[in-house]
Ligand binder design. Structure first.
Ligand code: ZN
Ligand code: ZN
Length: 395
């Protein structure tokens, strides 16, 4: 399968560059979805549904009977101005594929090509559902991102297992991470206001000063993880915005804060929200008050052990067991978590770091990946699906 994937690697790279040049933000992936549908049509033998979960595309190939495996790729870009200097860099000012979703989409089109030929060769029973998902990076007005929108539109109905990959710009090419259990963090965000009366800078004793309360509130917030959460359970509380005041001699009436909460354990997730509330309530001890809005985001991702074992077996046979790190995890969030709630599944991280010593983090203007990783990613997904449909995997 790796040889077959290497043979179509130039086509995967061509598609990736085409998508990279025209990045589209969440739920605006119109051009990308059109390219996906056209490419699936060219491959042939694939039932295609467009407009799934607003701008998603679902393709299905198979014998109609037997089990169905879903393979997911996200398609959206980010509101970041690209600074890679690549000849195929973004032509849309302010937008950029800075997370590698262009690669995911192109790789899955490559997988569709490979599996078309496997079906033609015979011996497979069952179906593959290609899930080209919009909006992994952002939620719509109703708080839903692409994965739950696709699920609402029935994209996972009848899917027995679901798999996916995500490129990792910090992991060397040829390396992959594949974890059992928690694979991505739950993410929630909060917006809070510390409020007081404000007043004249020369007469602080006549009013209540939210800037004075900011320090104890921040101290309480930053103490949540070290003093309140079980040290054996990962959690993050990060502030991203602190805003207050306009001029030197006016005490403002409010200070605004925004932050993000990350966790794996569902109980820790609830605890973080309670503790944030308690931290803001510290303002009351100083004569002030607060308002707090917590917005729930993606749940934690869960990799099913059976499915990770299938993929680990495939990777071991393709490139050797040394290529897999089964321990590494981060506190990043992924809305693929909604899909693995619907059907047991797993996502692995595909090493795609450019080997020149420069750090090109995800969601940065210089984010970039080594395209030599693509064939391996396509081979792992396609071979897992092939073995699944050939009845070679223990379910
Ligand atoms: Zn991202
Ligand atoms: Zn991503």
């Amino acid at each position: 399968m790796l040889d077959k994937a290497n043979a179509i690697a130039p086509e995967i790279i061509r598609l990736r560059r085409e998508i990279h040049t025209y990045p589209e933000l969440a739920f605006q992936e119109v051009r990308t979805a059109r390219l996906v549908a056209e490419t699936l049509r060219e491959i042939g033998g694939i039932d295609i549904r467009t407009g799934v979960g607003k701008t998603g595309v679902v393709g299905q190939i198979g014998t109609g009977d037997g089990p169905t495996i879903g393979i997911r790729a996200d398609m959206d870009a980010l509101p970041i101005a690209e600074a890679t200097g690549q000849p195929f860099a973004s032509q849309t000012p302010g937008n950029m594929h800075a997370c590698g979703h262009d690669a995911h989409t192109a790789i899955l089109l490559g997988v569709a090509h490979l599996l078309k030929h496997e079906f033609a060769a015979g011996g497979l029973r069952g179906n593959v559902r290609f899930l080209f998902q919009p909006a992994e990076e952002a939620q719509d007005d109703e708080g839903l991102s692409g994965a739950p929108r696709m699920i609402d539109d029935g994209a996972l109905d009848g899917v027995d297992h679901v798999i996916a990959l995500h490129v990792d710009s910090t992991l060397p090419v040829g390396q992959m991470t594949l974890r059992d259990g928690a694979s991505s963090a739950a993410v929630d965000s909060f917006r809070g206001w510390i409020t007081g009366s404000g007043g004249h800078g020369a007469y602080p004793h006549l009013g209540t000063d939210p800037l004075w309360m900011l320090l104890p509130v921040m101290q309480a917030l930053h103490g949540i993880v070290t003093r309140r959460v079980d040290p054996m359970k990962p959690a993050v509380v990060s502030l991203g915005v602190v805003r207050g005041g306009t001029v030197s001699n006016v005490i403002p009436a409010e200070v605004y804060l925004e932050g993000t909460l990350r966790s794996f354990d569902p109980d820790v997730r609830e605890q973080l929200m309670t503790e944030v509330e308690r931290s803001f309530a510290v303002a009351r001890a100083f004569g002030g008050d607060y308002r707090l809005e917590i917005e729930r985001g993606y749940p934690a991702g869960h990799n099913d052990t059976t499915v990770t074992n299938w993929m680990a077996g495939v990777i071991t046979d393709l490139v050797g067991a040394e290529a897999i790190d089964r321990t590494r995890a981060g506190m990043g969030a992924e809305d693929f978590a909604y899909m693995t709630r619907k059907a047991p599944g797993a996502m692995f991280m595909l090493g795609a770091a450019i080997d020149d010593g420069i750090s090109r983090g995800h969601h940065t203007p210089i984010f970039d990946i080594d395209e030599r990783a693509f064939a391996l990613g396509a081979a792992v997904l396609a071979e897992t699906a092939r073995r699944y449909l050939a009845g070679e995997l223990q379910r």
